[in-house]
Design a protein around this ligand. Structure first.
Ligand SMILES: NC(=O)c1ccc[n+]([C@@H]2O[C@H](COP(=O)([O-])OP(=O)(O)OC[C@H]3O[C@@H](n4cnc5c(N)ncnc54)[C@H](OP(=O)(O)O)[C@@H]3O)[C@@H](O)[C@H]2O)c1
Length: 275
């Protein structure tokens, strides 16, 4: 396992879909401790992740699964307390904050107050609260840079940069400029706020961390997960591992000093999605 100065990785949630794929990739392609979260059945998730193909022998030692439900802030603060205790003086090197839920509304009449509130709680307030409790783990201006790859020739290794990356999952349908078909009111509106949260958080990080940490929003493509189950037949889709791999490669290659990159929303191909 890498030493504390290499930092730790975090994926929340990782119970299935893209989060599971991100956690698998980080276990397989980095030497970092990986904190993954689930709302329940943490032991099952741990077993499932560790039975993934291609993991190095020390994966078991590196993986920690913690319980987080983003609609309950106490679970987020408990996760932060556990990290503080178990990984002392270890900065957060890469975070994927990706909770998401869709309640389909095709017309205004289908909007239910309770389900719409739930969308905002998971998709917008969730990333806000995760950011609140996780931001103290990011390196500051005076922190040392993360050591970069000690094994630069290895094809299997994700070559993480010397700065930290905090990524939150938006969605293309949260883009106002890209909205040509309407519908999904509460999903669109709650995901639109992720673009704003990422931008605002990145401005904070510029002041607090300068080039040591950046924030971005992401669009993963249309990915074959439970989320898109309704559309599996008849649409071409990315597999979760492909989307996660492409996103991690893109994030790893993004310079922290670039005025054009940080605070914006990027898709799995590395193309910008305008708000
Ligand atoms: N798949 C796509 O094509 C696509 C496209 C654009 C954006 N996205 C976004 O990408 C992210 C991941 O989506 P996915 O495709 O992997 O979806 P998914 O397979 O449906 O997974 C959704 C994840 O969100 C978790 N979640 C739901 N409510 C939560 C809560 N209260 N607290 C914490 N976690 C909660 C689920 O946990 P449980 O297992 O406990 O339910 C699950 O891990 C989402 O933000 C989604 O909006 C996906």
């Amino acid at each position: 396992m890498a030493s504390a100065k290499h930092g730790f990785a975090l994926v929340t949630p990782a119970s299935r879909g893209l989060g599971f794929a991100f956690a698998q990739q980080l276990l397989a392609k980095t030497q970092l401790p990986v904190v993954a979260t689930a709302r329940k059945n943490c032991a099952d998730l741990r077993d499932k992740l560790l039975s993934s193909e291609g993991l190095p022998q020390d994966a078991e030692q590196r993986l920690r699964v913690l319980e987080v439900d983003v609609t309950d802030e106490t679970t987020i603060s408990s996760m932060a307390d556990t990290i503080r205790q178990d990984y002392p003086k270890t900065p957060l090197r890469i975070a994927l904050a990706i909770p998401g839920i869709l309640h389909v509304e095709k017309s205004p009449a289908q909007i239910g107050a309770e389900s719409a509130l739930h969308s905002f709680q998971v998709n917008a307030l969730g990333p806000l609260l995760l950011m609140k409790h996780l931001s103290p783990f990011l390196p500051t201006k005076s922190s040392p840079e993360f050591p970069i790859s000690e094994n630069p020739e290895s094809d299997n290794e994700l070559k993480l940069p010397s700065h930290a990356i905090y990524a939150m999952m938006a969605a293309r349908v949260g883009s106002i400029s890209d909205n040509n078909s309407g519908g999904w009111y509460s999903y669109r509106a709650s995901k639109a706020s992720v673009y704003q949260i990422a931008k605002t958080f990145d401005l904070y990080l510029r002041g607090r961390c300068a080039e040591k940490a950046l924030a971005v929003a992401l669009h993963p493509g249309t990915v074959r997960t439970d989320f898109t189950k309704e559309f599996w037949s008849g649409r071409e889709m990315l597999e979760p591992l492909d989307s996660a791999y492409r996103i991690l490669q893109f994030l790893a290659g993004m310079p922290a000093g670039s005025k054009d990159g940080r605070g914006r929303c990027w898709d799995w191909k590395g193309e910008e999605v305008l708000p």
